[in-house]
Design a protein around this ligand. Structure first.
Ligand code: UT7
Length: 338
């Protein structure tokens, strides 16, 4: 058993190009009213030309390390679907730029569920004794794969990065992370795709290779509600939690109507659902740590936090965390104002 594996620090970052619904109205057949009512998103941020996923990851990682009061970790895991390059992975460069030296560093690709998958890997590293602290970063620049003319995806997604240092706390921190319930369904692979660029559909000179994100929004919506709710039930069951005890639901920030539906199915009051997508959109692997960071001033030691995500693959997951005592309410915010 020993001391709990918990969160030692968190941080978030979004890039500087701010895109409002009014901005999108100017070149897409959409309205602020439709976007707000059907998705909840009001603002999203995009990388400037030349800016890439690792640039966001480094900033979020730096903030999380500072919040944890650490200058070293044993492992860096970057969850991303929009790596800087196919080869090399993004994590080694991030580790180096953060001054972490030659530590183990690798990427995890589970699309919007990536942060929870990476947090599960990190927790296992610490539980097994292979690491004392792991920096987990969810970072994505979906602007690099968006079709600017596709109004169903262009209005939702934004770029960003969120990070957490995961390591051993003290007995006073409570139980820390509970069980992770992760799942996937490869039969539903074509619901969210970027078809080209990999080994199945290679990029050939002069040939269209499907570089843009395609999403079957309505089908994804229902699948997300079902998978998130059932994985939450499994996680709550493992932790021995009842719905009325959950203090905060930190879910993947894809659509406010998905978050509301999951809360309704679980019978958790909507007021306990953390909503951050209005301020940054759907930032894929970054969305859970960004939402957690933005909510951090509200988190109290001992609070029961239920995480859940759904993404391409399809993949999904849920996990429980009792907020530790050692982290004071922090002023670190998810959108660059710390
Ligand atoms: O992050 C990974 C997982 N992703 C998700 O969880 C996303 C899940 N899906 C969604 O969030 C929603 O399905 C969308 C936001 C993508 C779409 O919302 P929806 O309420 O499911 O819309 P819809 O696709 O059913 O379309 C309803 C109508 C259609 O018009 P008609 O056929 O009824 O005339 C669409 O053409 O809304 C239209 N529409 C739009 N209208 C204005 C679709 N996008 C837009 C838009 N502006 N941006």
């Amino acid at each position: 058993m020993g001391d709990p594996v918990t969160v030692l620090g968190i941080g978030g970052y979004v890039p500087g190009v701010r895109v409002t619904n009014a901005d999108l109205e100017r070149h897409l057949d959409t309205t602020d009213e439709w976007i707000t009512q059907r998705t909840g998103v009001r603002v999203r941020y995009r990388c400037a030309p030349g800016e890439a996923t690792s640039d966001l990851a480094v900033e979020a990682g730096r903030r999380a390390l500072r919040h944890a009061g650490r200058t070293a970790v044993d492992v860096v895991v970057v969850a991303t679907t929009t790596p800087d390059h196919l080869i090399p992975g993004t994590a080694p460069a991030v580790a180096k730029r953060l001054g972490l030296g030659t530590v183990a560093a690798f990427d995890v690709q589970a699309v919007c569920s990536g942060f929870l998958y990476a947090a599960a890997v990190a927790t296992s590293f610490v539980e097994s004794g292979s690491a004392t602290a792991v920096l987990v970063i969810g970072a994505d620049a979906f602007s690099s794969v968006l079709d600017p003319t596709d109004r169903t995806t262009a209005v939702i997604f934004g770029d960003g990065a969120g990070a957490a240092v995961i390591g051993r706390g003290t007995a006073a921190d409570g139980p820390g992370w509970g069980a992770f319930h992760l799942g996937s369904d490869g039969d539903a692979a074509d619901l969210i795709t970027v078809p080209g660029g990999g080994s199945r559909a290679r990029s050939l000179p002069g040939q269209e290779f499907g570089a843009h994100l395609r999403m079957a929004g309505g089908t994804v919506f229902q699948a997300a509600v079902d998978a998130m709710a059932s994985s939450c039930r499994s996680a709550m069951h493992s932790a021995g939690w009842y719905a009325h005890e959950v203090d905060h639901v930190v879910g993947h920030q894809a659509n406010i109507r998905i978050l509301r539906s999951v809360a309704q199915v679980l019978e958790v009051p909507e007021s306990r659902v953390v909503v951050h997508l209005d301020r940054v959109g759907n930032t894929s692997a970054a969305s859970i740590p960004l939402a957690l960071t933005a909510a951090s001033a509200r988190l109290r030691p001992g609070d029961k936090i239920l995480f859940t995500a759904f993404g391409g693959g399809t993949t999904w997951g849920a996990a429980t965390l009792v907020w530790p005592s050692r982290l004071p309410a922090t002023t670190v915010l998810g959108d660059n104002d710390d």
